[in-house]
Design a binder for this molecule. Structure first.
Ligand code: TRP
Length: 391
């Protein structure tokens, strides 16, 4: 078999990703129109843009979640964030999808903040730093609009007391050879990272463990996170818990092409939630597009939205409805709208969004603290919130 031209793991995303091929390689399922129609029906509302526009394109066992939803049985949501710096707009996608599920199905939501994982990942990170980013990132996540009564947070270095017994059970079932093969770790990898995948499994099982009955879990996440959950799914049955279901998104492109990444040196490559208006305006102005070399050519031949970082922002976040999304796409393809005009329109949408987001997040500091799961000294039960009343 020829070597693939791209690499996708939780710790490395590189090359031009062929998403259909990636689905084959990972052995995940196509998120086809039938499942989407079923979901729309169960939700009793139109699908959110991330689903209707194909940003989420692959899944594992979504049918099991649909059965629960259709039978009005509980399931819960889980997603997370490795805090190494400020968040950008693409980082909100899984949380926006979670919020939609929470609203439509009154589902509980667990957010994991993996300050330990990020600390272990890069030699240059300090623990105080990943911790502080964890708190800041959590505010951005909560600003998406979760219901505090149904939302709890595993903040790894603070919540370890509530997580550890379950992590111990999980860790015993993961041979070192699996971690080495799945993540491609060299033997120089620190043992924190080798253990870490056990912690990412914990939220998947936590409600089942606490309530003593199976509670299905749905994880919206980037497809790069799938390898962790392959391990989780493989050991779930042996521990007597349901396998978590997944919804996978494509990796959203950066403004200069490539993955929208915050760990690269290229701060111009992403639109950060804390960018000041001038910065956001400049980045959008310089963004990579699918335009032609000259205005004349573009008017005549049109542009290519599929390769454009600006179109990707319209698609995932900023086109407010289907009609607007179709108009942007059509006028781009036909050459009726040039890139400068498109960027100007998007900027007008982005600046108020960033301002509103900033205002919302600042009010959430006390809420964030109250949602973090922590175990009281000398006790085995959690303070800090849960258990969320059994779903
Ligand atoms: N490992 C993820 C990251 O580096 C963080 C994370 C933890 C996560 N739990 C998750 C992501 C569940 C998606 C779903 O960003």
């Amino acid at each position: 078999m020829p070597a693939e031209k791209f690499v996708v793991t939780p710790y490395e995303v590189r090359g031009a990703i062929d998403y259909d091929r990636l689905r084959e390689l990972f052995g995940t399922q196509d998120l086809g129109p039938e499942l989407l129609a079923r979901l729309e029906k169960a939700a009793g509302a139109p699908l959110p843009p991330l689903l209707s526009r194909g940003v989420y394109y692959s899944h594992r066992d979504l049918a099991g979640i649909l059965e629960a939803a259709e039978g009005k049985k509980p399931f819960f949501l889980y997603s997370g964030r490795g805090p190494s710096g400020p968040m950008h707009t693409a980082h909100l996608a899984p949380f926006e999808l979670c919020r939609w599920f929470q609203e439509r199905f009154h589902a509980s939501m667990y957010i994991q903040i993996t300050d330990d994982e990020k600390f272990w990942l890069r030699p240059q990170y300090r623990r105080e730093e990943t911790y502080a980013w964890g708190i800041e990132n959590l505010l951005d996540i909560l600003a998406v609009g979760f219901d505090p009564a149904r939302t709890r947070v595993f903040f790894d270095t603070r919540s370890i007391g509530t997580m550890y017994s379950l992590a111990v059970d999980v860790a015993k079932r993961i041979p070192y050879s699996t971690v080495k093969a799945v993540f491609g770790f060299p033997t120089s990898t620190n043992i924190g990272l080798v253990f870490y995948t056990a912690l990412q499994s914990v939220p998947c099982f936590y409600p089942s463990w606490r309530t003593g009955g199976p509670v299905p879990c749905l994880i919206p996440c980037g497809i790069d996170q799938d390898p962790h959950f392959r391990i989780t799914r493989d050991l779930a049955e042996a521990l007597g818990y349901p396998k978590p279901a997944l919804l996978h998104s494509q990796i959203l492109p950066g403004l200069l092409g490539g993955k929208m990444s915050s760990s690269g040196p290229e701060k111009e490559n992403a639109l950060y939630l804390n960018d000041p208006p001038e910065g956001a305006t400049r980045k959008l102005k310089n963004a990579f597009t699918g335009g032609r070399a000259t205005v004349e050519e573009q008017r005549r031949l049109g542009a290519t939205p599929e390769v454009c970082s600006v179109w990707a922002l319209w698609r995932a976040t900023f086109a407010k409805d289907e009609a607007e999304f179709q108009t942007v796409t059509r006028d781009c393809r036909s050459g009726a709208m040039l890139c400068g005009e498109c960027k100007g329109k998007l900027t007008e949408r982005v600046l108020p969004f960033l301002a509103a987001h900033a205002a919302r997040r600042e009010k959430l500091r006390p809420t964030a603290e109250s949602l973090i799961l922590e175990s009281a000294p000398g006790s085995t039960s959690s303070s800090g919130g849960p258990p969320i009343p059994p779903p």
